[in-house]
Design a protein around this ligand. Structure first.
Ligand code: SAH
Length: 213
């Protein structure tokens, strides 16, 4: 598969659709226009890659819906050179959108199969996250903390404490919280101890799983 004018046209239409759904940040819309989502999916989904839908990516996981990716990215409010931790690399699509927005990205995936596949894919495509880590995102990434932004791309039954503690003051954690359905939740660290919390709409994610070993 390669990237053609037809794909670019479909991405433009997708970005226009996201505008009608309320996405406004130019940086985010430009990233949606730039990242070739069809290449992150199995070729059998190529015709559908620019619909605003989630699709299976193997290992019982899904690539998030473009609207969800755009919405979460917008909530991170990325400045220049923002240092971001992503929990749940999956297909790498959200990672690529963050990179296009100019973020320095550290991304963690707990499924070995996806970790290997997506690491290779990033190399092939020339996407350069600072680090892609095979591990348990519940723990965050203490060695690289603190972060300006942390984005969780799986549904968390509860907010992992380490993620809050790994935010800079002024930093933002964007996390879908809930079991069957999740409420998109934004935490902003106001000081060492104080966090501001804001809740947005309902979403459906695959579960954030804790490693029990
Ligand atoms: N951002 C991805 C979304 C993938 S779905 C994309 O755009 O394709 C969520 C991902 O989170 C899955 O790949 C799943 O394996 C991973 N995940 C679930 N629990 C995790 C954990 N504790 N640590 C790291 N990754 C986790």
């Amino acid at each position: 598969m390669n990237d053609t004018f037809k794909h670019k046209g479909m991405r433009n239409q997708l970005a226009n659709l996201l505008v009608t759904k309320g996405i406004t940040h130019k940086k985010v819309l430009d990233a949606i226009r730039a990242v070739p989502r069809h290449l992150f999916l199995d070729s059998s989904f190529e015709a559908h890659a620019y619909q605003d839908k989630a699709f299976p990516i193997g290992a019982e996981q899904t690539i998030s819906q473009p609207y969800t990716v755009a919405f979460q990215t917008e909530l991170l409010a990325l400045g220049a050179n923002t240092k971001v931790l992503e929990i749940g690399t999956g297909s790498g699509y959200q990672t690529a959108v963050l990179l296009k927005c100019g973020a320095k990205v550290y991304t963690v995936e707990r499924q070995l199969e996806l970790f290997k596949k997506t690491s290779l894919f990033f190399k092939k495509m020339g996407y350069r996250p600072k680090k892609i880590i095979f591990g348990d995102g519940y723990k965050g990434l203490p060695d690289e903390a603190p972060f300006d932004g942390i984005i969780v791309t799986a549904g968390a039954p509860e907010v992992p404490k380490p993620l809050l503690s790994q935010l800079k003051v002024g930093g933002r954690l964007v996390i879908p919280v809930g079991v069957e359905e999740q409420t998109m939740t934004l935490f902003i660290r106001k000081s060492d101890k104080a966090f501001e919390k804001e809740e947005f709409g309902s979403f459906r994610f695959v579960p954030l799983l804790e490693n029990k070993n």
